[in-house]
Design a protein around this ligand. Structure first.
Ligand code: FBP
Length: 272
């Protein structure tokens, strides 16, 4: 599908890799995620900074995409996520994401891709599969790529695998995402290059991107993970907290870009 291929190029450079800035946290975790650097609670402020620093794409929920239209540089890919959940829900309902927008809304916003989460192994897996299938079917009709946030999660995963980042279950989730027709997969770090390479293999050619995770103790620690993701054949990273929870996100973004697009060693990238 030529539309899907062209739109994927809005995110991926010629090397087939991308750094995408994630900012759905105001909904998914609550605005307190931004309080470390208070001015970043204003989406326009942080978006201007990350775009100036050179990210390849941004991932937003529909409402923030709508009010930030004028700051979104047209050279930066726009991914609109169509499912989420709040942190306000009871604990037992945290393993479900719900629709908060529709593919047609994302198209009106000029999205280059849409995204939805599946918590594989959750008691609500069936609901999220249906949501993803519906988003994928409509988006593909319009030539729009679909990104799956493939996150194994829930009591059964903990019971069987001990932790949600166990490569065996991350690999399963990535393959399940590929089987569902995802054009891009975002998933957890499995802890090593060797295990992440297995996740990449299981994804059967669909690009696999790292999901950033909580802010690392220092930039070097995070750059080492990104370096191993690239070494493992990963297609880049979708990063939120490790960028917006820093007072000055620019050096971090530039360092991540050097690791992703220039294969620079993390120590070197951190120094530059
Ligand atoms: P981070 O780089 O901050 O981890 O962002 C990626 C992301 O998937 C966000 O899109 C989302 O809001 C958050 O992580 C969810 O984190 P968790 O599911 O671990 O609470």
């Amino acid at each position: 599908n030529i539309g899907i291929r062209r739109r994927l190029r809005r995110f991926f450079r010629r090397d087939g890799r991308a750094l995408i800035f994630a900012m759905d946290h105001g909904f998914e975790h609550g605005p307190e995620d931004f309080t470390e650097v208070w001015e970043h609670v204003n989406p326009r402020v942080i978006l201007k900074k990350v775009i100036r620093a050179g990210v390849d794409g941004v991932m937003l929920l529909p409402g923030i995409a709508r009010v930030s239209g004028d700051v979104l540089n047209p050279n930066v890919g726009l991914m609109v996520k169509l499912t989420s959940k709040t942190n306000l829900r009871p604990k037992e309902d945290q393993f479900l994401q719900s629709p908060l927008g529709f593919v047609e809304d994302a198209i009106k916003l000029g999205a280059d891709a849409v995204a939805a989460t599946v918590y594989w192994g959750s008691p609500y897996e069936d609901i999220m599969m249906k949501q993803f299938a519906e988003v994928a079917s409509i988006a593909h009709d319009f030539g729009l790529p679909v990104v799956q946030f493939s996150y194994p999660r829930g009591p059964y995963i903990n019971e069987k695998y001990g932790k949600k980042e166990d490569y065996r279950v991350v690999m399963y989730g990535a393959r399940a995402a590929a089987e569902m027709g995802a054009d891009m997969i975002k998933t957890y770090w499995t802890g090593s290059k060797e295990t992440f390479a297995k996740v990449v293999d299981a994804a059967a050619g669909v690009p696999v991107l790292l999901s950033g995770g909580a802010k690392a103790k220092n930039p070097l620690e995070f750059l080492k993970v990104v370096y191993e993701v690239i070494e493992a054949g990963g297609a880049g990273a979708v990063v939120g907290r490790n960028i917006f929870q820093r007072e000055n996100p620019e050096p971090m973004i530039k360092a991540i870009l050097r690791v992703i697009h220039r294969n620079e060693e993390p120590e070197e990238a951190a120094k530059a």
